[in-house]
Design a protein around this ligand. Structure first.
Ligand SMILES: C[S@@+](CC[C@H](N)C(=O)[O-])C[C@H]1O[C@@H](n2cnc3c(N)ncnc32)[C@H](O)[C@@H]1O
Length: 280
């Protein structure tokens, strides 16, 4: 990888990371967030942390790592910058069909609690909320959603609940108009989650590697496209913890590119990337 800026031939701050520094950064990320950065991800570290280093005036990774080790706030910031937050409304939409056609009817209108674990900028919990409201057909929704993530940056966006036209393009138009308000934002429109949608979601910061204050039981846990960044042992531990928090007829949804195949757990496969707590 070139350490030279094409424009000026002057070394760019953070343009390369030595193997030793990469290993140190990976170890911190793994210890705190459970995220495994494999060899070959040096470019990702450079692009995500280089900007932060410029913001705080550190010229080398060595100096930046020292700063991170001495300052817990900077440690959190570094972890935050290294998380991958890609998400979208109605992502892997078969899960939301399952929720509307199988799970919600089976729960029979009882008061339900759903956890979106690793909710990123909110598209997943807001999608769940639209499905719950549409299922209630204009009536009150009996239930709530806990939405958590490690990253304060994405949580701030989730709490704001404002999305661009591009962000909302996968929401069916009727659903969009029912649950989001169109606002003018300079030259562009933005779509803001309506109060009824927000009223059933509670956002909070939670590191899945740490202690969980919630006691359950959850009727469904969505932990999609999060465990893919963890190693096998961490995934297994997490799935077993999720299982303990599920209601007897609860479901765990994982990402469609993820599998519980080689993990020890007591859940039953019911549909692609969907598992049930017990026979149902
Ligand atoms: C790729 S996004 C997935 C978002 C959403 N679940 C989806 O499927 O569209 C993964 C999210 O997991 C979060 N995450 C990663 N490690 C975490 C951890 N140890 N604890 C809590 N959240 C974590 C990241 O901050 C990121 O927002």
């Amino acid at each position: 990888m070139s350490a030279l800026s094409p424009a000026s031939d002057v070394p760019m701050v953070g343009a390369t990371v030595s193997h030793a520094d990469f290993v140190k950064i990976s170890a911190i990320l793994y210890d705190i967030a459970g995220i495994k950065l494999n060899d070959g991800k040096e470019g990702l570290v450079v692009s995500r942390l280089g900007k932060r280093m410029r913001e705080v005036g550190e010229l080398t990774f060595k100096a930046y790592i020292k700063r991170v080790q001495e300052d817990p706030a900077e440690m959190r910031e570094m972890i935050d910058r290294l998380t991958t937050n890609k998400t979208s409304f109605f992502r892997e939409s078969a899960h939301f069909d399952f929720l509307a056609r199988t799970a919600l009817p089976a729960w029979g209108g009882r008061d339900i609690t759903i956890w979106s674990a690793g909710c990123s900028s909110g598209e997943e919990p807001y999608t769940i909320a639209t499905v719950m409201y549409d299922f209630a057909q204009g009536g009150d929704v009996n239930g709530r959603i806990l939405a958590t993530d490690l990253s304060h940056r994405v949580l701030a966006k989730a709490k704001e609940g404002a999305y661009t036209a591009e962000n909302v393009r996968d929401i069916p138009p009727q659903t969009l108009n029912r649950h989001f308000e169109r606002q003018r934002d300079g030259a562009h429109d933005r779509w803001v989650a309506k109060p009824h949608l927000r009223s059933i979601i509670r956002f909070g910061k939670l590191n899945l590697m740490g202690d969980w204050p919630m006691k359950g039981a959850f009727d469904a846990i969505f932990c999609r496209n999060v465990m893919i960044y963890f190693d096998r042992e961490t995934q297994e531990r997490l799935v077993q913890r999720f299982s303990k928090l599920l209601a007897p007829d609860g479901y765990l949804f994982i990402g469609h590119s993820e599998t519980l195949h080689s993990l020890k757990h007591d859940l039953r496969y019911v549909a692609p990337a969907a598992y049930a707590k017990a026979a149902s």
